[in-house]
Design a binder for this molecule. Structure first.
Ligand code: NAD
Ligand code: UDP
Length: 312
């Protein structure tokens, strides 16, 4: 493929920075836009000498102008603690960020991909979740700023596509972990690893029987790149996640084992509206993208633990 000019919003975050790495490796010209709310310059500092990489401090709730061929829209805090810190800002980021990026895509004719989420399924009544499921989402709870913001962004993507022929792709990302997650961002994988490495108690919310399916970041980035490369008639939404499902108790045991930690489990209250189970149906990704995750939990955790050792 010829060199593409690619805009990555949220590019200094955990996933965005891995995406910037991959796009540069594939020979593209990358503009990374971020307001550093949950991301950090540290995640992309190794790219600053590359003449095909530009780092711009910018908040996506205001318009951004650049001539680009592709846009990956990732800007949005993803950890419940961070997205609930300023919920109005979170929903503005999802909704106004989508409007601004879709407006840009429309003006310059760029292809645009939305990083949507398994949270659009809420606390699902159908298990595992196929893309056709409309979800079970509380419209006014403490997670709604994120869930409903992302659902509204999907609506905006579809309407810009139907009304203005904007070339869109929507991916629904299931819990993804790996190096460059913010060690303090409160998500379960980073919490458990940091607690285990520090010998602190491992905080299990609720009884720990709730499940999640954990995907290693490299698998997700491959899926994102493949989705962007599909023909114009494939727009998604498409689930990208690892179907291997674990309880939080199983995850804690695995982390303790891999870190040789003496940490003990403590039980804390389950946050409001915490989904009981989550597992992607990835049939669509398999058939349309010829994609499935390759890195299983133990291998991915080992790499992530190595990264977090520097933060202890
Ligand atoms: P992250 O918090 O590390 O990255 C988000 C990035 O967006 C950060 O760099 C942050 O500073 C930036 N950002 C936030 N608000 C912004 C704004 N108003 N303007 C500009 N930049 C802004 O989280 P992540 O895990 O890398 O998530 C990236 C994207 O993937 C998010 O959209 C998230 O909703 C989505 N996602 C992630 C997961 C996951 O498990 N990691 C799951 C589902 C969806
Ligand atoms: N969780 C936990 N202990 C922690 C952090 C999270 O037991 O220290 C639980 C949380 O209640 C949820 C699951 O782990 O059931 C995943 O939480 P996370 O915030 O990583 O992601 P999400 O809920 O958005 O899937």
């Amino acid at each position: 493929m010829r060199k593409q000019r690619v805009l990555v919003t949220g590019g200094a975050g955990f996933l965005g920075s891995h995406l910037c790495d991959r796009l540069l490796k594939d020979g593209h010209d990358v503009i990374c836009v971020d307001n550093y709310f949950t991301g950090a310059k540290q995640n992309v500092v190794h790219l600053l000498d590359n003449p095909y990489f530009e780092l711009v401090r910018h908040d996506v709730i205001t318009p951004f102008y650049a001539e680009v061929d592709q846009i990956f829209n990732l800007a949005c805090p993803a950890s419940p603690i961070h997205y609930q810190h300023n919920p109005i800002k979170t929903i503005k980021t999802s909704v106004m960020g989508a409007i601004n990026m879709l407006g840009l895509a429309k003006r310059v004719g760029a292809k645009i991909l939305q990083a949507s989420t398994s949270e659009v399924y809420g606390d699902p009544n159908i298990h595992p979740q196929p893309e056709s499921y409309w979800g079970n989402v509380n419209p006014n709870g403490i997670r709604s700023c994120y869930d409903e913001g992302k659902r509204c962004a999907e609506t905006l993507f579809m309407d810009y596509h139907r009304q203005n022929n904007v070339k869109i792709k929507i991916i629904r990302i299931f819990n993804t972990y790996g190096p460059r997650m913010n060690p303090n961002d409160g998500r379960v994988v980073s919490n458990f690893i940091m607690q285990a490495l520090r010998g602190e108690n491992i905080t299990i919310y609720g009884n720990g029987e709730q499940t999640r399916s954990f995907q290693y970041c490299d698998d997700l980035i491959e899926g994102m790149i493949r989705t962007m490369a599909t023909d114009e008639d494939f727009i998604g939404p498409v689930n990208l996640g690892n179907p291997n499902e674990f309880t939080m108790l199983e995850l804690a045991q695995k982390v303790i084992e891999l870190t040789n930690s003496k940490s003990e489990l403590v039980f804390e209250p389950l946050p409001q509206d915490d989904p009981k189970q989550r597992q992607p149906n990835i049939d669509l990704a398999k058939s349309k993208l010829d994609w499935e995750p390759k890195v299983q939990l133990e291998e991915g955790l080992k790499k992530t633990i190595e990264y977090f050792k520097d933060f202890v």
